[in-house]
Ligand binder design. Sequence first.
Ligand SMILES: C[S@@+](CC[C@H](N)C(=O)[O-])C[C@H]1O[C@@H](n2cnc3c(N)ncnc32)[C@H](O)[C@@H]1O
Length: 256
Amino acid sequence: MPEFTEITDRLRAAGCVFAEDEARLIVETATGPDERAAMVERRAAGLPLEHVLGWAEFGGVRVIVEPGVFVPRRRTEFLLEQALELTDGEAPVVVDLCCGSGALGAAFAAARADADVHAADLDPAATACARRNLPPDRVHTGDLFAPLPAALRGHVDVLLSNVPYVPTSDIALLPAEARDHEARVALDGGTDGLAVLRRVAAEAAAWLAPAGHLFFETSERQAQAAVAAVTAHGLTARTAECDDLAATVLIASRPT
Ligand SMILES: C[S@@+](CC[C@H](N)C(=O)[O-])C[C@H]1O[C@@H](n2cnc3c(N)ncnc32)[C@H](O)[C@@H]1O
């Protein structure tokens, strides 16, 4: 069984900047010495820490993250905060679209126990993972809105939509952890990064309740074009920024 300092040294030698913190998390998570040693080697080989651990902290919740599934980013907690702040009614109907692990939906549900949370994703690996973080019967597999129960149409109060938004030509510039260990469909937003956002925007008004809100994560550079894409479909829109998390969120609303 490698000792803590040996683990730290091994991780540091492999290029892990936060070797001590990572070693601590691995030691806490592993159920025995064999698993601990295997986890250290997987991390040293370049797997994202969250895939090695099998979980990520997001919005105060420990979310299960399976291999190949998008690792929820701390930056996306800003989207969650914005959504929680704007949700004032009781028992809100919430959809986590392009849910990945279901991190947004699970954290929203943890903060608002009265919420009726559904989630959907195209990638069966993502929805299999999301079914471990959310009630399984609330997680649907398919393209954007297509797999959602028809009864939700026109009744969604909160549409959480962290879609892929990296322009195709920028994928090569992403860290290897993302490029090599997250599904391409989770990252690639098409030529300008807004292809999926535009498709969501085109259908959103039909699914939102009157005065319902839609939340996208975007980049500062894409924000103006993203707002135009959303307002073209009859929604009002504004952006909010968080410098600490380097996050930009587009908040769109269906007029009453
Ligand atoms: C950037 S990841 C975000 C995952 C999750 N919302 C989060 O914040 O951790 C984007 C997700 O969108 C999903 N996706 C991409 N295209 C999709 C589509 N056409 N329909 C449904 N899901 C899609 C991917 O499988 C991936 O899980």
